[in-house]
Design a binder for this molecule. Structure first.
Ligand code: FE2
Ligand code: FE2
Length: 169
């Protein structure tokens, strides 16, 4: 016996175009999270100096958050009948989070993190707008993730303020 397709909502036959577009956006978000994990991992190991330790500890905590986000995006891709891509489809974009010339250059790392978080915040707002009417479950999920990213950005803005106050940023 064939299973009955949903007649309403994002899983309905009639929603296949919306579904495809949303899976595309979720896939991009998935890769953004994966790249952020890669970048934060390196930047939680490389920095030198007394003041670097606070940044290292924050990034270590954020890595767990971003990995959790990647998992949520992946699972939602699957729910919407998509397939989570393999590593060969990955293209890196975070030029601003490459290791600085000097590993004591903490401002470089802080600014890079703010840039990554801002990129995520902008794109996740786009997903929230796109899913508003058609996919309340994805909408809800991304709103919760957006809250984490806003928190991450705010924390690093605070770090940057301290350096700016000293004229070092
Ligand atoms: Fe994230
Ligand atoms: Fe984040």
């Amino acid at each position: 016996m064939a299973t009955r397709a949903s007649s309403r909502g994002i899983l309905a036959e009639a929603s296949s175009n919306d579904r495809e577009e949303i899976v595309g956006m979720l896939t991009r978000a998935y890769w953004m999270e994966v790249e952020t994990v890669i970048s934060y991992l390196a930047n939680s190991i490389n920095p030198d100096g007394v003041r670097a330790q606070e940044i290292i500890e924050s990034l270590k905590a954020d890595i767990e958050d971003e990995l959790g986000h990647a998992r949520q995006y992946g699972e939602r891709i699957k729910d919407l009948y998509g397939v989570v891509p393999g590593s060969l489809e990955f293209t890196a974009e975070q030029s601003y989070l490459q290791p600085p010339e000097h590993q004591t250059d903490i401002v470089h790392v802080i600014k890079g993190v703010i840039e990554a978080e801002t990129g995520a915040i902008d794109f996740y707002n786009e997903i929230i707008e796109r899913t508003e009417e058609v996919d309340p479950v994805t909408n809800d999920m991304v709103i919760a993730i957006l809250r984490d990213e806003e928190g991450h950005r705010r924390l690093f803005e605070g770090f940057l303020r301290e350096y700016e106050a000293e004229g070092k940023a």
